[in-house]
Design a protein around this ligand. Structure first.
Ligand code: SF4
Length: 358
């Protein structure tokens, strides 16, 4: 059982982070923010996949100019990602964006920090300070001999101090490095020093498989240690996949569940159907289902139902047929390879209707 570190609560719109809230799942759009239709489409696809907060880049004034429209069409609270230009942060707050990701030390003079802080305070907009191991100040790199966890934490605390000095404590912190071990060490150190909620992630983790593995190991260790209040899995891929990976990490650790758990066998010499294709299609079709249940997709009738006895519903392939089972008990046989997916989906729909009717 994981005992989570107690942190303060901040709220991004109606989504609480830290305190007694569950670990939140977030992601970031990779659309051009100025393309409102594409950005809104992606935000809402992310939301349908279970993403609770979406971050969007605001690189210039034309992106800032469309924030209000994007905000009005988004299903979930948004965070504006801003670098260097405090006017973009003011515009984002004005547009009703619920969170800012900006480092106060990088936006120029003290008057600019004052302006952003007072606008954020007035509208109840939290600020995420995000330190990236790859962009630390030269002085810190020299002091610590590189982007060490200590250097990252010191950098974050410098930014924090600039906000605290102005009476602003509606803060989240992220410390990202593409090194799993450095990231873990940095968040642990940060957790010993302050109780602001932690936004956890492994940055530049890589393409789908590498990124999912690296993120799962890094986030898995942190979450197991009770750290992390909101998480982002970073992948060089469609961001919707990031959300799926994040939920699987949370499910694996028993922290949160959403949607079906799909168990499938690795296939072997007994497999006589296109099991890999079938499992993938079942997963794709169930992507937006929120109900928690277990689906098994197994390669053979000899071992399949038995191996997946705990599954709520499953299918096991044979020669030209599939056997549909519930909790290991056979309920139906389907003939013809082409009928396996449609008939199995019908049974899953039936199962879900019964479950929803309860
Ligand atoms: Fe092989 Fe059957 Fe086990 Fe799949 S369920 S790995 S096909 S024995």
């Amino acid at each position: 059982m994981i005992k989570r570190k107690k942190t303060r609560e901040v709220r991004i719109g109606d989504v609480g982070i830290g305190g007694d809230n569950p670990v939140r799942v977030q992601s970031m759009c990779n659309t051009d923010t100025r393309d409102v239709a594409a950005t809104v489409k992606q935000i809402n696809e992310l939301a349908d996949a279970g993403c609770e907060i979406v971050r969007i880049a605001v690189p210039d004034t034309s992106a800032a100019a469309v924030l209000q429209q994007i905000r009005s069409e988004s299903k979930v609270p948004l965070v504006a990602d801003i670098h260097f230009d405090h006017r973009l942060a003011l515009a984002a707050v004005d547009a009703g964006i619920e969170g800012l990701r900006i480092n106060p030390g990088n936006i120029g003079g003290s008057d600019k920090v004052d302006a952003v802080v007072s606008a954020a305070a007035e509208r109840g907009v939290p600020i995420r300070i995000g330190v990236n191991g790859g962009s630390l100040d030269k002085s810190l790199l020299e002091k610590y001999g590189g982007p060490t966890p200590e250097a990252m934490v010191e950098s974050a605390l410098e930014h924090v101090a600039m906000l605290e000095k102005r009476g602003f404590e509606d803060i989240k912190i992220s410390l990202k490095s593409s090194s799993v071990l450095n990231t873990v060490a940095a968040y642990k150190l940060l957790g010993e020093k302050v109780d602001y909620p932690q936004h956890v992630g492994i940055t530049e983790a890589g393409t789908l498989v590498r990124g999912a593995v690296k993120s799962s190991v890094g986030l898995g260790i942190l979450l197991w240690e009770g750290l992390g209040d909101t998480m982002r899995v970073s992948l060089t891929h469609d961001p919707v996949a990031e959300v799926g990976v994040a939920w699987e990490i949370l499910r694996s650790l028993g922290l949160r569940e959403r949607g079906p758990e799909i168990v499938s066998c690795p296939t072997c010499g007994r497999t006589e159907i296109d099991l890999i294709g079938l499992a993938q299609q079942v997963e794709d079709r169930l992507r937006e289902v929120e109900e928690v249940f277990t689906v098994a997709v197994m390669g053979c009738v000899v071992n399949g139902p038995g191996e997946a006895r705990e599954a709520d519903i499953g299918i096991a392939g044979g020669k030209g047929l599939g056997i549909i089972f519930r909790k290991g008990e056979v309920v139906r046989k389907v003939r013809g390879n082409e009928n396996l997916l449609p008939e199995f989906m019908k049974e899953i729909e039936k199962f879900l209707e019964e479950k929803r009717g309860k």
